[in-house]
Each structure stands twice: as structure tokens, then as C-alpha cells.
Design a protein around this ligand. Structure first.
Ligand code: AMP
Length: 372
């Protein structure tokens, strides 16, 4: 089948590679001149809301999916009559607005940090009184990788927070002193079969994912996350992959956000699971049942951000069970340029390998203050 993909970044690149392996072809739509996914299929170079380009893509393809969240839903709605779009646009619509996202979690009895909708200084003051400080104030729309956020620690900073974030269309949420952050990744087929991967533990710095480790060896947390994932996928009547980011507090899991797409924290599944998240998305949108999501030993992933130093390439080459993925992007501070995955028989061996590779990237890719 031919699969149209909105966006041609690294997620598109990995999707296109997975599609080829399964005998399908991806065609991408992206305004970029030289996007990473060009190595994995043809790219139609046009803005994401270009109605003509979208219509051509829909006509050429059997199904359309997307690899990032800030896809213009209205423009995509116009082609929904021409070709199936998976996951459904309603899932995308709800994920694009942090308020509707949180209301969905509430409705599905998925635990989450206390939050309020904020449109004025009075709203923020009331939220601070009711929830307490610190509060994380976030723009409802277009935030990613920690952008569009302000941690309010003092009532005197209310005006500064609102100025920084545009004054309205915000949410304020309880600051969670979490034990760690994890993500759950699940997939649902057109027939409604659901498969979930093990939980992944994630380390962020400056709002950007740095390191992932899987599996999280906690049965209670795993079964809670599975139940949440099942509820979300079914409620949204979703087809394809969905990722749910959560905070771990003791034995509780608090939902932070979800994305109806393949996810950075699932990159380890290429080498570390029987079927990768990318293969499972392709299987789902082409009408197949999910492939097995079982892990192959213990996996870890390090994002390469800002530059890919030669030391990182050497460190990956030195390990037999390490794989370097270079997205072919032009280096720029803060930009995700690639990642390294390691797999091992034990979690200790995995952590040792991660530690060695991390040494080779610490100076360049980890921000000051988080260097180890
Ligand atoms: P987000 O864009 O919502 O995924 O936030 C980026 C990162 O900021 C998260 O991965 C957390 O590390 C941190 N963060 C976001 N919201 C909260 C919160 N309510 N409490 C503590 N940390 C948070």
C-alpha cells in the first residue's frame, strides 16, 4: 500500500524505513527543502495546510497518517472524504489542546495533576491559592519539548508569567515532585486489537528527552499504564500508535500528556522489541493486527542533540549491541540530530553501556548543570 505521511522529520524517516521492510511505500508532505525522511520515500514539498498538495497526497495514497502533532486539523479534514486518516483527527484535535487533553483524562478516570484553565491574572492567582505553589503554567496549544512553559514559584511573578506566555489560553498545573517520568506506548488496529509495549523510563533536561530505558520492572505501574492506554485508545476509537507520558509518584501514575503518533521514547523498540513502534503503526494503518511488542532484553536510548560528536560515533561503534541513527540533519543547538540505542541481557549491562556512551556526548549534548 501507499501511505501518505504528513511531516518528513526523523519519525517519518523511521516510518518510511519500517514501511519498506513490510512491503509498503511512504510518500511524505513537508515544507522543508531537505527533510530527514527524503531517504525513506518521495517528499511532496509544500506547506502542511496546502489544500492542493493535501488533495494530491490523498488521491495518490491508500491511507494518510502524520508524524507530528501540530498538523493543521482543518486542512486535513478537507481530505478526510478522499482517504482514511489514522489516527483519527479527533484524537489529534484533543491532543493539540492541553485543556481538552486533561478533560479527557478526567473523563476516563486517568489520574493527573490538579489543573485550572487560565485566561487572566485573577485566574492564575485563584489557581495558586487553590492548588498551591509552585505551579507550571503552560500554553494550551503549540507547546513542545518544554517550550511555552513557566514555573511560577512566587505570586509576585504572576504578571511576568502571563507576559511570557501571552496572557490567555493557558493552563496552570500542580508542580509534581515525581520519582521519575515514564511513557506508555500502545497500538490499536482497525479491527480493534490493542497491544502495548512495556513502560519506558525517561530522563528529560530543559524539557527535552535525553535518555530512555526499558523495560520498567514494576508490575503494578505497568498494569495501571496498560489500563489507561486501553481506555484512551478505545475512547478515541484510535487506529495506530499512541504515546502517553506519565509522572511516577510512589505507586501512582499521573498523566502529563498524550500524542497520537510514534514517540521519541519508543525509538528503542527498533532494536529492543520484536516489532518496532514504527512497524506497528504501519501494520495498523494498513489493516493488519499488531505485531508482538515483547522486549528483547534490556534497552536504552540516548538522544544526540545539537551535534553528533565523533566520540559518540566511536563509542557506538565500540559496542556490538549499540546502533547509531543519524537523521542527516544540519546541526543546530537544541536540535535532535540522531540517537543511539543499546540492548543488553541485563539492566546492569545496559546501564553500563549507556554510561559509557553518555560520557562521549555529555559535553556537547547535555546542557550545563545536567552534565555528569
Ligand atoms: P511537557 O511539555 O508537558 O511534556 O513538559 C516537559 C517536561 O517538563 C516534562 O517532561 C517534565 O519533566 C516537566 N514538567 C511538565 N509538567 C510538569 C509538572 N506539572 N510537574 C513537574 N514537572 C513537569
Amino acid at each position: 500500500m501507499r501511505i501518505g505521511v504528513i511531516g518528513a522529520g526523523q519519525l517519518g524517516q523511521m516510518l518510511g524505513t519500517a514501511a519498506r521492510g513490510l512491503g509498503h511505500e511512504c510518500v511524505f508532505l513537508d515544507p522543508g527543502a531537505d527533510p530527514p525522511a527524503r531517504t525513506a520515500g518521495p517528499v511532496v514539498q509544500a506547506p502542511f495546510d496546502d489544500r492542493v498538495a493535501l488533495a494530491i497526497l490523498a488521491e495518490k495514497c491508500d491511507v494518510v497518517t502524520y508524524e507530528f502533532e501540530n498538523v493543521p486539523v482543518d486542512a486535513l479534514s478537507d481530505i478526510a472524504d478522499l482517504t482514511p486518516i489514522h489516527p483519527p483527527l479527533d484524537a489529534l484535535r484533543q491532543a493539540q489542546d492541553r485543556l481538552t487533553e486533561k478533560q479527557l483524562f478526567d473523563r476516563l478516570q486517568i489520574s493527573l495533576p490538579d489543573y485550572r484553565s487560565i485566561d487572566s491574572a485573577a485566574d492564575l492567582r485563584a489557581a495558586a491559592e487553590q492548588i498551591g505553589l509552585p505551579l507550571v503554567v503552560k500554553t494550551r496549544r503549540f507547546g513542545y519539548d518544554g517550550k511555552g512553559q513557566y514555573v511560577l514559584r512566587d505570586l509576585a511573578d504572576i504578571d511576568t508569567a502571563l507576559e511570557a506566555l501571552g496572557g490567555s489560553g493557558l493552563i496552570a498545573e500542580q508542580w509534581v515532585a515525581f520519582d521519575c517520568e515514564v511513557s506508555a506506548i500502545g497500538v490499536r488496529s482497525i479491527a480493534g486489537d490493542v497491544a502495548t509495549y512495556c513502560l519506558t523510563q525517561n530522563e528529560h533536561a530543559e524539557g527535552i528527552l535525553r535518555v530512555s530505558r526499558a523495560p520498567v520492572m514494576d508490575d503494578q505501574l505497568t498494569s495501571k499504564a496498560r489500563a489507561y492506554m486501553q481506555r484512551l485508545l478505545e475512547e478515541l476509537d484510535s487506529v495506530g500508535v499512541l504515546a502517553l507520558e506519565l509522572f511516577v509518584v510512589g505507586e501512582d501514575l499521573l498523566a502529563n500528556e498524550f500524542a497520537p503518533r510514534v514517540h521519541n521514547s519508543g525509538h528503542w523498540t527498533i532494536e529492543g522489541a520484536a516489532t518496532s513502534q514504527f512497524e506497528n503503526l504501519i501494520l495498523a494503518v494498513t489493516g493488519e493486527r499488531p505485531g508482538p511488542t515483547t522486549t528483547i532484553g534490556f534497552a536504552g536510548m540516548i538522544n544526540l542533540i545539537g551535534e553528533i560528536p565523533d566520540t559518540a560515533r566511536d563509542a557506538a561503534l565500540a559496542q556490538t549491541r549499540a546502533a547509531l541513527h543519524d537523521y542527516g540533519k544540519t546541526p543546530r543547538p537544541g536540535r535532535k540530530l540522531g540517537h543511539i540505542t543499546v540492548t543488553a541481557e541485563t539492566d546492569d549491562a545496559r546501564d553500563r553501556m549507556l554510561g559509557e556512551i553518555r560520557q562521549s556526548v555529555t559535553d556537547s549534548t547535555l546542557p550545563a548543570g545536567t552534565r555528569t
